[in-house]
Design a protein around this ligand. Structure first.
Ligand SMILES: [Zn+2]
Ligand SMILES: [Zn+2]
Length: 347
């Protein structure tokens, strides 16, 4: 599986998700949220390899560990650090960068691309902050339309993209603010079915690359002469859809809400759904009041969106181990393939 994720932090602690996308020739590390202590067990080399940090929102339990991330990466010398989050990201990061005395920074590398997503205005604003300027003179705001792309028959909002992966976002209701949900997908790949090539008696060669290309020519030149391109494509090529992982935290929806159907549709059968699991269903009043999910509804959400696997995190501190087992059972009632993130880490 090219996408792998670990929940950082334990039960009743701040949590985050460290996502690793391994294509076989390249590894990308992405961090989703950065609460207090979430990086304390991570190797410095790994923290320094995180290429992008995505914030769901800026309640303290999701950003209290940022200083640790910053300390490891403020003067990174190879690649820029990307930080993305909802409205307020730019100011909030600027203030965090200014929370230190800077007097030995003039020769320091360190480039930070900070992007603020504003779904209500349909735009993304970005500024670049430099360590050598003590992060004090960021570039002017570069404003762009949010990038809409297609995914499984719907339009999605892509907020970060490299040749190895794509991240799109959705705004979730969390009380009277928005919390960003994120999905990581790997590109679809096309593979060649070698034994079909052999059975057709055409020697392999550069024509196979041509066949995999998106050429619109009707015919293709093979060592055995011209052949019908679409016939060969359907005989020889297999499309492998990319993998998907979704990170959701701090939101509250119920099956009867209008938001429920929108989010089920956006989820679109994720291979792996990581979701908050804050309250027992018996406390749905509390869940509603604080803009969080109940375990029962998390299970239903995973089932209705046809997720393949569900990892739970962000449980309320009020529950002891026994009650956490009950929350898990509530989620598993609708979605048996559910686990707590910290249990998965022990295996
Ligand atoms: Zn929150
Ligand atoms: Zn939270």
């Amino acid at each position: 599986m090219p996408i792998d994720a670990r929940i950082l932090g334990g039960p009743a602690e701040d949590n985050a998700a460290l996502v690793r996308v391994d294509t076989g020739s390249h590894v990308s590390l992405l961090l989703f949220d950065c609460g207090e202590g979430v990086l304390s067990e991570e190797r410095p080399g790994d923290i320094q390899s995180i290429e992008a940090l995505f914030f769901s929102h800026y309640h303290m339990d999701h950003v209290a560990g940022f200083d640790s991330f910053f300390r490891h990466n403020y003067n990174r010398d190879d690649t820029a650090v990307h930080v993305l989050g909802p409205a307020g990201t730019m100011d909030l990061m600027a203030h965090r960068f200014q929370g230190f005395t800077w007097n030995l920074h003039h020769d320091q590398p360190g480039v930070w691309n900070v992007t603020e997503l504003d779904f209500s205005q349909g735009r993304a604003d970005q500024r670049v902050f430099l360590a050598r300027e003590a992060f004090a003179s960021p570039s002017p705001v570069s404003r762009s339309e949010l990038d809409r792309q297609s995914y499984r028959g719907q339009k999605i909002t892509v907020v970060y993209e490299t040749e190895h992966l794509r991240v799109d976002a959705v705004a979730l209701p969390h009380g009277n603010i928005s919390s960003m949900g994120y999905r990581v997908t790997t590109p679809a790949t096309v593979s060649v079915n070698r034994h079909v090539v052999d059975s057709l008696g055409i020697p392999p060669g550069p024509w196979l690359q041509d066949l995999k290309s998106d050429s619109t020519e009707n015919v293709i030149q093979t060592p055995n002469g011209e052949r019908d391109r679409s016939e060969l494509r359907s005989a020889i090529l297999t499309e492998n859809e990319g993998e998907s992982l979704v990170y959701l935290t701090d939101f509250g929806i119920e099956p009867d809400d209008s938001e429920w159907d929108r989010i089920v549709q956006w989820l679109a059968e994720p291979d792996h759904l990581i979701c908050e699991c804050q309250y027992r269903h018996a406390e749905s009043g509390n869940a509603k009041q604080h803009g969080h999910m109940t375990a029962e509804n998390v299970g239903k959400l995973a089932a209705q969106s046809k997720a393949r696997r569900l990892t739970l995190h962000h449980v309320s501190r009020r529950y002891d181990a026994e009650e956490q087992a009950e929350l898990l059972a509530e989620a598993q009632a609708s979605f048996p393939n559910a686990r707590w993130g910290w249990d998965a880490a022990e295996k």
